[in-house]
Structures are given as C-alpha cells and as structure tokens.
Write a protein that binds this ligand. Structure first.
Ligand SMILES: Nc1ncnc2c1ncn2[C@@H]1O[C@H](COP(=O)(O)OP(=O)(O)O)[C@@H](O)[C@H]1O
Ligand SMILES: [Mg+2]
Length: 239
C-alpha cells in the first residue's frame, strides 16, 4: 500500500533519512521506533509531501513523490503531529469539521463528522472549546481531525507522549478499533516498546536515518543491534 524506496533527505550535510526502504501493507498496524533524532518525524514529513527528497514514495501503486501535501491528503494519507496542535478557540465539533474539509473530496460531511466524534468518544465535549480538553481529549481530537479526512492510512507520531498508563491503554484501544472497525491502515511512531509489541504487526527500527532492523515486533525488540542502539553502544552496533 505504501512503499518507501531508497529515500534520502539531507538537511545541509546531515542525512536525516538515509537510503531508507520499506513497505507497509494494507490493513497493517506498522510500528516505527528509534532514538531521538533518528529521522522518524522527518520521514512522516516526506511521506506527506512537506519536503522534497531523493528516492521514490508510492501509495496505492501511484508515485506520490513531489506531490503537494493537499493532494497527498486527498489521496488518503492523514497524520497527527508529535506536539498536539489544536485550535484552542474552536469547539471540538468545529475542529473536527476543519479536518473533514481538508481531506477527501466533497467538502464538509456533517454526518461523517458526527460519526467521528462518537468514534473517538468526544460526544460529551462536542461544544467545548478544544483548549479546555485534557491531554487525552486533545490526543483524541487530533486523531479525530485526521479521521475526518477519511484516510486510507493514518500516520501517528508519538501519540502516547506524556500519557499515563490509563491514557495509554485508552489510546491503544482506540487505535486498534480504528484499524479493526474502520479498516484503516496505521503507521505509528512510538517510544513505548510495550505499546509497539502489543499493538503492531511489524516493527521498523531506524537510527541516523537508516534501517537497523525490521520484522516481527517481539523479535525486533530482542535483536542485539536494536538493544545496542537504544543503549548507545557504538561498537555493538557495527556487529
Ligand atoms: N527542518 C529541519 N532542518 C534541519 N534539520 C532538521 C529539520 N528537521 C529535522 N532536522 C534534523 O533531522 C534529524 C532528524 O530529526 P527528526 O526527524 O525530528 O527525528 P525524530 O523524529 O526521529 O526524533 C535531527 O538531527 C533533526 O535535528
Ligand atoms: Mg519525532
């Protein structure tokens, strides 16, 4: 469904993404992890069309490299951001409506907006200003705004950041439900290994923009190279 083929992104001399290739299959929950600065958020920015890059990205068999962000969103790719970005003076309902206008053709679909609000369980907060939502509410709102675009793939960037165990559980359930009930393919960047091993079917580890390991999540997190990269042992990494 999504193919990243020999993709490289340089910021000056820094290769933030370095000859990276992988494929996400339709229906998967696909995890991405790696140390801070590994290039994970940059990769999302490349997939969603925010920066130019070398290499090829294909979505649904179409080359989307170089397409502007709004066309990529229309093609069915939605993302959330690492730092929750809400519009504090909008109501929950309005904020999710904004998402629905940004995405799929046809403009505002209020029935769909209502479905999304119920799906992310923000019905009771519908008329509240988003600035008054608690952390979990803000996260659900961000996911709801992305869902409002009717995506085929939802890309989440550290959705659990700052959350406690109860909030993490609730977001994990929501993400699994999006994948299972709405049949939306999910890519999730996350630091919590437990989240990745419980939620994802395939896990990609990147460091310094390059692939370290990819495969079954339980095998990947026990891979000596992956453990070494998290412990920061440069010698062990080269084995
Ligand atoms: N717009 C930018 N300009 C210059 N350097 C950037 C830019 N965005 C990210 N970087 C650098 O690219 C590297 C990867 O960053 P990022 O993708 O945010 O990592 P991660 O999300 O894995 O923590 C970092 O060294 C970061 O400083
Ligand atoms: Mg990041």
């Amino acid at each position: 469904m999504l193919r990243v083929i020999h993709v490289t992104k340089k910021f000056g001399e820094l290769k933030a993404v370095n000859d990276l290739s992988f494929e996400v299959k339709a229906g998967q929950i696909f995890g991405i992890a790696g140390p801070n600065g590994a290039g994970k958020s940059t990769l999302y920015n490349l997939i969603t069309g925010f920066y130019s890059f070398n290499g090829t990205i294909e979505f649904d068999g179409r080359n989307i490299s170089g397409m502007p962000p709004f066309r990529i969103a229309k093609a069915g790719i939605a993302r959330t951001f690492q730092i929750p970005q809400t519009f504090p003076s909008l109501t929950v309902q309005k904020a999710i409506s904004v998402g629905s206008r940004f995405g799929a053709a046809g403009g505002l679909d209020s029935a769909h907006v209502n479905d999304v609000i119920q799906f992310v369980d923000l019905d009771n907060e519908r008329t509240q200003n988003t600035g008054l939502l608690n952390l979990l509410g803000k996260k659900k709102l961000m996911i709801g705004a992305a869902l409002a675009t009717k995506p085929k793939i939802l890309m989440l960037d550290e959705p659990m950041a700052g959350c406690n165990a109860t909030e993490i559980r609730s977001l994990m359930d929501l993400i699994a439900k999006i994948n299972h009930d709405l049949k939306i393919t999910i890519i999730i960047i996350e630091h919590f290994m437990k989240v990745l091993t419980e939620l994802t079917e395939e896990l990609l580890i990147i460091e310094s923009g390059a692939k370290i390991c990819q495969g079954d999540p339980l095998e990947v997190v026990n891979d000596p190279q992956v453990i070494a990269c998290y412990l920061g042992e440069p010698d062990a990494k080269r084995k």
